[in-house]
Design a protein around this ligand. Sequence first.
Ligand code: ZN
Length: 140
Amino acid sequence: MTACGICGAQLAGADFLYNAQGQPSCSRCADRTDLADTDRRAAGNIVKAGWASLGAGIAAFACGMMFLGIITWLVAASSIVSAVFCFLGFGRDSQRFKNLLTDGQRATALTCSVIGLLFSALAVLGVATLIGLRLMGLPS
Ligand SMILES: [Zn+2]
């Protein structure tokens, strides 16, 4: 007999699985661990999306200042997509992710998304380009 490494239930013969940590576990615990892993990954992706939005937003702003035209729009679009993913993640599944992310992580992700969007908006609206022109001493 083998005991489930998580709930301790006695497992007969072929009635157990190994989880990602190599512990034997019953199928019920294996399912639950799988779900928790998936949720944790999803929650982590939401935070990453926040940072991605911020990074792309700043990049879009920089592209605007360097008169990169269509590239500015593409980079801004990717920032907006990341920000939307972040907002949707918190909106739809906020209850599910509540225990997986600290308040600080959630605040960071949301703040990053908002700032990313702001930079993207400034880039798309041409404000970054105006600043670029000003820096080069050209009339704007
Ligand atoms: Zn178990």
